[in-house]
Design a protein around this ligand. Structure first.
Ligand code: GRF
Length: 212
């Protein structure tokens, strides 16, 4: 399955995804990385791995629709079948989301539906949760919502700062995203309303969440 990745910053989830893609059994490949910011360090990460990159600078457009039309053009040019948005900081319009029905996958650094939006780790610490984690889900027009494909859990420690918690969650993201994308690419994820039924090989999520 050909994946197009939309990013805005570091592209933190790309290296582990590229690593997974090196295995001949991995059923998906990133064919293009598109950033809305010309200075996104993730573009270099992709280029160094030999993955084609493109910049579609949102500041050069009058409207979200015009910006997204050019993003769409690049995705189509590369034969993309599934869009992922790891660290993409632009809200997608309903028109764009509807162009990719059940074909946009987002990763969010909390256990959704808790703590959508920004300042996620600050929200988690303020709420005093003892567990946090990350969620991979299909995108729908509402931000940080949509059928959940998989989640991974991490502990929250009493002395955590948002930065320390973010780093712990990020480790979990690096395992969860490649697993979830493989399940989608293998056709094992079936959407039923607002949830998914995942035909997982035994052990897939247990490996990520040792407490299960
Ligand atoms: C990740 O925590 C991801 O869950 C969120 O953005 C972060 C990655 O951003 N959506 P970046 O690649 O480090 O810029």
């Amino acid at each position: 399955m050909k994946i197009g990745a939309l990013i805005s910053g570091r592209g933190s989830n790309l290296p582990t995804l590229f690593e997974a893609m090196e295995s001949p059994d991995y059923p998906a490949e990133v064919v293009v990385v598109i950033s809305n910011r010309p200075d996104a360090p993730g573009l270099d990460v992709a280029a160094k791995a030999g993955i084609p990159t493109a910049t579609v600078d949102h500041k050069a457009y009058d409207s979200r629709e015009a910006f997204e039309a050019d993003v769409q053009k690049v995705l189509v040019e590369h034969g993309v079948e599934l869009v992922i948005t790891p660290g993409f900081m632009r809200i997608l319009t309903n028109t764009f989301v509807e162009q990719w029905p059940q074909r946009i996958v987002n990763i969010h650094p909390s256990l959704l539906p808790s703590f959508p939006g920004r300042h996620v780790h600050e929200q988690a610490l303020a709420a005093g949760v003892k567990l946090s984690g990350c969620t991979v889900h299909f995108a729908v027009p509402e931000v940080d919502a949509g059928p959940i494909i998989g989640q991974a859990v991490v502990p929250v420690h009493d002395d955590d700062t948002p930065e320390v918690l973010a780093a712990r969650v990020m480790q979990a993201e690096h395992k969860l995203l490649p697993h979830c994308l493989a399940l989608v690419a293998e056709g094992r994820v079936h959407i039923e309303g607002n949830r998914t039924i995942v035909e997982a090989a035994p052990g897939v999520f247990e490996e990520i969440n040792p407490a299960l």
